[in-house]
Design a protein around this ligand. Structure first.
Ligand code: SF4
Length: 431
């Protein structure tokens, strides 16, 4: 995909700087936050800690900087310097403060800190497994499904997640779409009246200034057939301070807007991230969560239960659990498909259905999303279905009578519609 791009220093209009000055800092919500935040950021005034642009300017982007926060041997540092030549590093101070520096298996660390395996296993997988480039109708606009399109506005992200599907975009320097490119995307949407749903993604589109984002959203809203706008953003998780009053006020003017975010572990649910989601909800923006299943991060029933139940407590709906795509440089984080199915099997029935996300594989080659779950249907005929429940018990469920077959079925059921032996009584309301 050839793109006309502008190199930018995001966030826009903000001078770079690294300032650690005296101030009081609130008690952080967890042990890990206490460790790094108290040791390294205790001198940062609360006003700056609450300022997303300060976090953006002070991202950790070199191995030398990282080694000040997390113990790294000389060998590790040498290796990581090699890795980031191919796959760069970027961690916000906020997200860094969630890491337990003494735990090499910390689930937050695994998502943020590069691994040598990214290059050691780089021969496995594909640069663009979903073939988004092939489905780009104009630069930055992917049109794969009939009624929705994906607008990629920038490749900027506050944190570079090691499992990112669009790692291929990290090589090209920072860019945002030019006004000309955005106009071409809007033109395409205007001319395609079947497009009722526009997903704004990246990179992370909230890396743009609120003003620049409003220029795009307000023009989308002028297109009559665009019913909903969805924003894909990890800011609520990695830099929740970005969800400020100005942004929320802007979003509230152009609803319905939905926001899909990306919590992967319950330790990411903090006072700050909960407050960010709450601000979005109060602005009329429903928040859904898309988790990626990651080896050593969240690949157990217990972790997923705690994550999804925690999300419900902050009024965020667990929407998808994604199988990690076949992306080059992520093989060490991928799990066998059976792990995801077992996790869903360990959640369904054991907690509220609202807490159970849809486990999906985004098929390679642009085949779309396919939902996977344990096999609950053991057999079926026109008359009945044999089902297994979450505890492994078997049930026979009578199929409804089809029009024209009433007499035959009534005879079989003794004329009174009675159930097969062994079936359970179903209530009318399935709450
Ligand atoms: S926020 Fe999303 S697009 Fe950005 S690095 Fe993380 S996974 Fe990739």
């Amino acid at each position: 995909m050839k793109t006309e791009t502008t190199v930018t220093k995001a966030p826009e209009e903000e001078p770079p700087g690294k300032s650690l000055v005296d101030s009081e800092v609130e008690e952080p919500p967890s042990k890990t936050a206490l460790t790094i935040k108290h040791i390294f950021f205790s001198q940062v005034p609360q006003e700056l800690w609450n300022d997303w642009k300060w976090h953006f300017r002070n991202r950790v982007t070199t191995v030398d900087e990282l080694a000040k926060f997390i113990p790294l041997s000389a060998k590790e540092q040498t290796r990581l310097k090699l890795v980031i030549q191919k796959y760069p590093l970027s961690i916000t101070p906020y997200y860094l403060s969630l890491i337990d520096p003494d735990d090499p298996d910390d689930p937050i660390r695994k998502q943020a800190v590069p691994s040598f395996q990214e290059v050691a296993l780089a021969g496995m997988g594909f640069e663009d497994p979903l073939e988004e480039r092939r489905d780009s109708v104009v630069p930055g606009l992917v049109h794969r499904y009939p009624d929705r399109v994906l607008m990629v506005l920038t490749n900027l992200c506050p944190m570079l997640c090691r499992h990112c599907t669009r790692k291929r975009e990290w090589h090209h320097g920072a860019w945002v779409r030019t006004p000309t490119e955005i106009e071409a995307m809007l033109d395409y949407i205007r001319q395609n009246k079947r497009v009722r749903d526009v997903i704004i993604s990246g990179g992370d589109p909230l890396a743009l200034s609120t003003q620049r984002l409003e220029e795009v959203i307000s023009r989308l809203r002028q297109i009559e057939h665009v019913e909903i706008i969805r924003i894909g953003s990890r800011f609520p998780v990695v830099l929740p301070q970005r969800i400020d009053d100005e942004l929320c006020a802007m979003l509230s003017r152009y609803g319905p807007i939905w926001l899909n975010t990306h919590f992967n572990h319950y330790q990411e649910i903090t006072a700050e991230s909960a407050a960010a989601c709450d601000r979005l909800l109060r602005a009329g923006v429903p928040v859904n969560n898309q988790t990626v299943l990651l080896r050593g991060v969240n690949d157990s029933v217990a972790t997923q239960l705690k994550l999804c139940q925690g999300l419900l407590k902050i009024k965020v709906r667990p929407y998808y659990l994604f199988q990690c795509d076949e992306v080059q440089g992520t093989e060490h984080l991928r799990t066998p498909v059976k792990v995801g199915i077992e996790i869903i099997g360990g959640m369904r029935g054991y907690t509220s259905g609202l807490a159970v996300p849809a486990y999906v594989i985004d098929l390679p080659g642009g085949g779309g999303k396919v939902p996977l779950q344990p096999n609950y249907v053991l057999s079926q005929t026109e008359e009945e279905v044999i089902l297994r429940n979450y505890e492994g018990r078997l049930f026979s469920y009578r199929n409804p009578v089809l029009f024209g077959q009433t007499a035959k079925t009534n005879r079989r059921n003794g004329g009174n519609g009675s159930r097969h032996q062994g079936s359970t009584q179903l209530a009318f309301c399935h709450f």
